[in-house]
Design a protein around this ligand. Structure first.
Ligand SMILES: *Cc1c(COP(=O)(O)O)cnc(C)c1O
Length: 398
């Protein structure tokens, strides 16, 4: 491998066509389900939405699932339902997608950004506890890369302070912690069904919870704050309804829900395949000392939404940006998840959101790369990625 001319310097790339970091899988059953929904006469808020909610509740082990229009709406609905309003705070980890925090702002609240644990980049329970004030309403744990956060420790922190635990599980559908599935580990868990996530509805989201009252509040919130939906009106033979609050139209359509139910039927098989591919990466990366995968916590089975590595920059002559470009030139669609929240323009100037230095997230960000991982990948694709990494990193070794 070493000594071979890099594609970025005009050499032969490992792959001619770019391998993306993630990709949805749509098969004939999905297409049939969508067509059946289109022909059913119900395009939204109909039986396909209820069927999807039941299937998601079953897949997560939660008592209730509430489908909404996207993962950000799911976070907004969950924060709203637990009572986050003006002046309230929610503690969120620095390593996450922006929506985890912006949905707190949408409620009029303040996201307070805390640091992560160095080896997993999951929310650090001690840092989260240190960020709690009398205004804190919840901690939001992000199951980053598809690995469940330390929910047992976080639950204890939340119980001590009398606050809620929200799980941003947008990466983690299919993951388990002990004998419990993600979606039933927190007071409310949020999911996204964007195409790159574990299952897709094109755009979509949901919240799972065991609390029927919380579920009811989220159903009202997603439907304009209306107190009765069209079904209960029809059942009661009345046109009457009331608007109790300024809700949103965050509904998911039956067309999308039908796609989601068809996708959920393959979740277990896809999760198994993701775990196989992750295991292959872990075995092969033992021979690439300058690239280390994130640690896996004891007792958890990640869903492997993302395959992250951290570069050992001290052993390289170039920075992460250079490695990124060199790997793209080799036809490997690497990515970076994420720029830490407090480095984004929205939060850089907000001392109310960023109250301490966040050195673990800052250091991790400089070294982070996301490698391709999706269920349709072949073993040979993993081998290509690792070969490209070994080629690039050995060329830049100090
Ligand atoms: C994708 C994602 C979201 C937002 O979901 P959308 O469906 O894109 O609105 C929120 N949090 C995390 C961690 C995500 O990965």
């Amino acid at each position: 491998m070493s000594g071979e001319r890099l594609a970025i310097d005009g050499g032969e790339p490992v792959r001619r066509e770019m391998l993306p970091y993630g990709r949805q899988q749509i098969d004939a059953a999905d297409v049939e389900a969508v067509v059946a929904a289109l022909r059913s006469g119900w395009l939204t808020t109909g039986p396909a939405v209820e069927a999807f909610e039941s299937a998601l509740a079953a897949a997560t082990g939660a008592a209730h699932a509430v489908a909404v229009s996207n993962g950000t709406a799911a976070l907004h609905a969950a924060y709203h339902a637990i009572g986050v309003g003006a002046g309230d705070e929610v503690v969120v980890p620095a390593m996450t997608f922006a929506a985890t925090a912006t949905a707190v702002l949408h409620c009029g609240g303040t996201p307070v950004i805390c640091d992560v644990t160095a080896d997993t980049l999951l929310i650090d329970p001690a840092a989260a506890e240190a960020a709690i004030t009398p205004r804190t309403k919840a901690i939001c744990a992000v199951d980053y890369a598809g690995q469940p956060a330390d929910h047992a420790a976080l639950r204890q922190v939340c119980a001590r302070h009398g606050i809620a635990l929200i799980s941003d599980a947008c990466h983690a559908l299919g993951a388990t912690s002990g004998d419990r599935r993600v979606g039933s580990l927190a007071d409310a868990s949020t999911f996204s069904f964007h195409p790159v996530k574990p299952v897709t509805t094109a755009e979509g989201g949901a919240i799972t919870t065991d609390d029927g009252e919380l579920a009811g509040r989220m159903r009202q919130f997603r439907n304009h704050g209306i107190t009765r939906d069209h079904r209960s009106r029809a059942a009661g033979a009345t046109w009457e309804y009331d608007v109790a609050e300024a809700g949103y139209n965050y509904r998911l359509s039956d067309v999308q829900a039908a796609l989601g139910t068809a996708q959920l039927a393959r979740l277990d098989a896809w999760t198994t395949r993701r775990r196989e591919l992750a295991a292959r990466y872990h075995a092969a990366l033992r021979d690439v000392p300058a690239a280390a995968p994130l640690a896996v916590r004891a007792g958890v089975q990640p869903a492997w939404h993302l395959m992250m590595i951290q570069l050992d920059l001290a052993s390289l002559r170039v920075d992460r940006a250079h490695v990124f470009r060199a790997l793209r030139a080799e036809g490997i669609g690497v990515n970076v998840h994420y720029i830490p929240l407090h480095q984004l323009a929205l939060y850089r100037s907000r001392a109310d959101c960023v109250r301490t230095a966040l050195p673990v997230a800052d250091a991790a960000y400089e070294r982070l790369l996301t490698l391709p991982l999706f269920p349709a990948m072949r073993d040979a694709d993993v081998d290509d990625v690792v070969a490209a990494l070994a080629k690039v990193l050995s060329a830049y070794a100090r």
